[in-house]
Design a protein around this ligand. Structure first.
Ligand code: ATP
Ligand code: ZN
Length: 291
């Protein structure tokens, strides 16, 4: 595979190896991009879009976007908060969920952040933590470490940490108890600020594709059999994007209703229409949805 970049192509930076890498690649593929990657995962080319991808450390992504080394990047919001990066946040991507929390040794008599006055706090996010405690007018002593923050109490470095977590299980294993959330974060598409019209156009069409996948994830396509006289009642519950599609079944007096139902209200709506008389309900995932 040729390693040179086409300067007319859009350049996207993503994490090389870490928690965001697999989900980022899966996201790009789900949005319809076909990627050709070199063996070492240094760069990739997109077969069906004028897009080149570079694989870098996540901490470098906002800097590369800020200084226009690349046009766009996919990174956790947490890194943007920490670096106070001057980039445009274009689109939240619905993966890479985590939060920056303050946790204390389980048995300490600490119930809230008010009890942390002048405490020593170990973290990899010193600026975010400092900003948070400044906003609360609580003086603390912040100690920066690059990794394994959760081990600091066991190592006798500090009994309080501020660390990223998604499930909280690593903290619990280390006998740490969460007492506060500083911020919540997910993966986000970022863009450089000064960009020519052609490149902006390419970013806009890419975002259009990303949104079609993100919207599709929120819905299920549903086919429902129902007695014809129940149509109005059922339509009130599952009104679809505009209105459902209705076709007759081979049995007289019965219809098939095709509609989209939002994932977060799916079961509650299905239960309601089933009570009214709907049956033979089939739900399918939607691949792309353009509203
Ligand atoms: P790199 O080598 O690229 O600097 P890293 O070790 O700094 O990697 P990872 O641990 O791979 O970073 O995390 C990458 C991103 O994944 C985080 O910045 C955050 O946005 C997201 N993330 C999701 N869940 C978690 C979690 N439980 N803990 C830490 N980060 C998480
Ligand atoms: Zn990193």
């Amino acid at each position: 595979m040729k390693t040179d970049f086409n300067n007319n192509n859009l350049k996207l930076a993503i994490q090389k190896k870490g928690r965001l890498t697999d989900d980022t690649i899966l996201f790009l593929e789900n949005a319809g991009l076909i990627l050709d990657t070199d063996g070492q995962r240094l760069f990739a080319k997109c077969r069906n879009y004028p897009l080149d991808i570079v694989f870098v450390r996540d901490d470098d992504i906002p800097d590369f976007v800020e200084n226009s080394t690349v046009d766009i990047g996919i990174v956790g919001e947490n890194i943007l908060y920490e670096k106070n990066s001057r980039v445009q946040k274009m689109l939240l991507l619905n993966f890479g969920y985590c939060r920056l929390v303050i946790a204390v040794q389980k048995d300490l008599p600490i119930s809230n952040i008010g009890d942390l006055n002048k405490s020593k706090i170990t973290t990899s996010y010193p600026r975010s933590v400092q900003r948070f405690f400044n906003s609360q007018n609580i003086p603390v002593d912040i100690l920066e470490v690059k990794g394994s923050v959760e081990l600091s109490p066991a190592l006798g470095i500090s009994s309080v940490v501020a660390d990223l977590t998604s499930t909280g299980s690593t903290l619990a294993i280390c006998d740490l108890r969460i007492i506060e959330t500083i911020f919540e974060s997910q993966a986000v598409l970022i863009s450089r600020t000064n960009i020519n019209n052609r490149r902006q156009g390419l970013i806009d069409s890419l975002i259009f594709r990303f949104k079609a996948f993100l919207e599709a994830q929120k819905y299920k396509y549903v086919m429902i059999n129902a007695p014809e006289e129940k149509l109005e009642q059922i339509t009130k519950i599952v009104h679809g994007l505009k209105s459902p599609t209705v076709t007759p079944l081979a049995i007289k007096g019965w219809i098939s209703i095709q509609t989209a139902i939002q994932e977060n209200v799916f079961w509650e709506k299905i239960e309601k229409i089933k009570e009214i008389g709907a049956s033979g309900i089939i739900a399918l995932p939607i691949e792309k949805l353009i509203i």
